[in-house]
Design a protein around this ligand. Structure first.
Ligand code: ADP
Ligand code: ASP
Ligand code: MG
Length: 413
């Protein structure tokens, strides 16, 4: 008998028929003796629909408290429908919103962090032989206000519940049958990985692979929650996210995956003074606007001046560009320009640590396709480049070929 937390994403509960199919799957596992806590997302498209309505009613600003009240309704629909479907199959089941379980979070609406989970109700239900269904993506703060955990946050709800309950495994059921070497919707030759380390998965998620929310991976790594990504629609082993043990070390590929992020936009400021405080004078006020900056590149100074480029989320692009154009004189810049038709493509692999020459292979592969690199950043286990959006697919596929990711992992001496 296993104790499992199972999370079903938006597509997996996207229609009444799919909810019924999930119920059947759970009923079967119940018969086999599993203790199951189930986390569900809103039906696919529902969260976007709610966001769009909120924008219509309140175009100029965002009331994050009310937005969270609104967005949490999406998941409330699916918990109730899933429980009804389970009961129709003769399975005893109970639904709970985040507030009812008491998934206590901080008060950062729309990006709240889980502080604690009260597992009493859940364990009592499990002891009574019930399947417990919890709304993903939401919690409640100390004031009793509804909070949400950021887009894709149901993954984090599931991992946090698994950690609190000490479950044997947290299973993320989705519309692909595991974690692939890259998004299989962009590269059809992408290969499913049997295992990936937390470190690599975290990097992939941070660099744009939305198959798992970043926080869910962080949380699972921190609390050692065994985490697996599987298909809702087919049987299979999926992908296990593991700690970097010796067995993994043996089969380590140089590059294990390619991630990309379409949400980037770039801003460049030219001919600013090459002196202490310049970077701060640009980025300090941007931090005050509560905008996250991703990549930052500053040129080596020539004749006392330098150029400065950085990227922000595309949603923030116009706001930041307008802000800096207005400050151009004050900054002493020759030009302030931007481009929101760019993307970031990254290669990821813990195997890169001990190997030289990977960057040059990456740059050669992209140059052979005539792809211009606008920005480059590296860390021990990843190399990222910013390229024009039109070249995203071509870039991802050429890197996938270059590093032999369609073939089984090759052991490097
Ligand atoms: P859910 O609604 O179940 O949470 P998501 O849309 O959030 O599902 O995540 C699954 C999607 O992640 C897949 O449909 C796939 O297009 C995308 N994806 C991006 N990168 C990868 C990857 N490396 N491996 C698998 N899927 C990926
Ligand atoms: N429904 C939320 C979203 O669309 C949370 C989730 O699906 O994980 O982002
Ligand atoms: Mg998701």
């Amino acid at each position: 008998m296993a104790s499992l937390v199972k999370k079903f994403g938006g597509t997996s509960v996207g229609t009444v028929e799919r909810i019924q199919a999930v119920a059947k799957k759970l009923a079967k596992a119940k018969e086999a003796g599993d203790d199951q806590v189930v986390v569900v997302s809103a039906m696919s498209g529902e969260t976007n629909r709610l966001v769009a309505m909120a924008k219509e009613v309140m175009p100029a600003t965002v009331d994050v408290r009310e937005l969270d009240v609104l967005l949490s309704t999406g998941e409330q629909v699916t918990i109730a429908l899933l429980c009804m479907a389970l009961k129709t199959l003769g399975c005893d089941a109970r639904s709970y919103t985040g507030a009812q379980v008491r998934i206590l979070t901080d008060s950062s609406h729309s990006k709240a962090r889980i502080v604690s989970i009260d597992t009493d109700k859940i364990t009592t239900d499990l002891e009574k032989g019930r399947i417990v269904v919890v709304a993903g993506f939401q919690g409640v703060d100390a004031e009793g206000d509804i909070t949400t955990l950021g887009r894709g946050g149901s993954d984090t709800s599931a991992v946090a519940l698994a950690a609190a309950l000490g479950s044997d495994e947290c299973q993320i059921f989705t519309d692909v049958d595991g974690v692939y070497t890259t998004d299989p919707r962009v590269e059809s030759k992408a290969r499913r990985l049997d295992r990936i380390t937390f470190e690599e998965m975290l990097e992939m998620a941070s660099l744009g692979s939305k198959v798992l929310q970043i926080r869910a991976v962080e949380f699972a790594g921190k609390y050692n929650v065994p985490l697996r990504v599987l298909s809702s629609f087919e049987e299979g082993e999926g992908t296990l996210i593991t700690t970097d043990d010796e067995e993994n070390e043996m089969e380590q590929a140089l590059v294990s995956g390619i991630a990309f992020n379409r949400d980037e936009a770039q801003i460049t400021i030219t001919n600013i003074a090459d002196q202490p405080g310049t970077a701060y004078s640009i980025l300090g006020p941007i931090a005050d606007l509560n905008v996250e900056v991703d990549m930052i590149v500053q040129n080596a100074g020539v004749d006392g001046t330098t150029d400065f480029t950085f990227t922000v989320h595309r949603d923030e692009y116009q706001r930041v560009l307008d802000f800096l154009v207005a400050r151009q004189k004050e900054l002493g810049a020759a030009t302030v320009t931007g481009n929101d038709q760019i993307v970031k493509v990254s290669i990821v692999g813990v195997g890169m640590r001990s190997h030289a020459g990977i960057a040059s292979r990456m740059f050669r592969a992209l140059s052979e396709k005539g792809i211009n690199l606008r920005m480059i950043t590296t860390s021990e286990i990843k190399i990222s480049v910013v390229i024009d959006e039109d070249y995203l697919e071509l870039g991802v596929r050429s890197l996938h070929d270059e590093f032999g990711l369609a073939d089984a992992a090759v052991t490097e001496a």
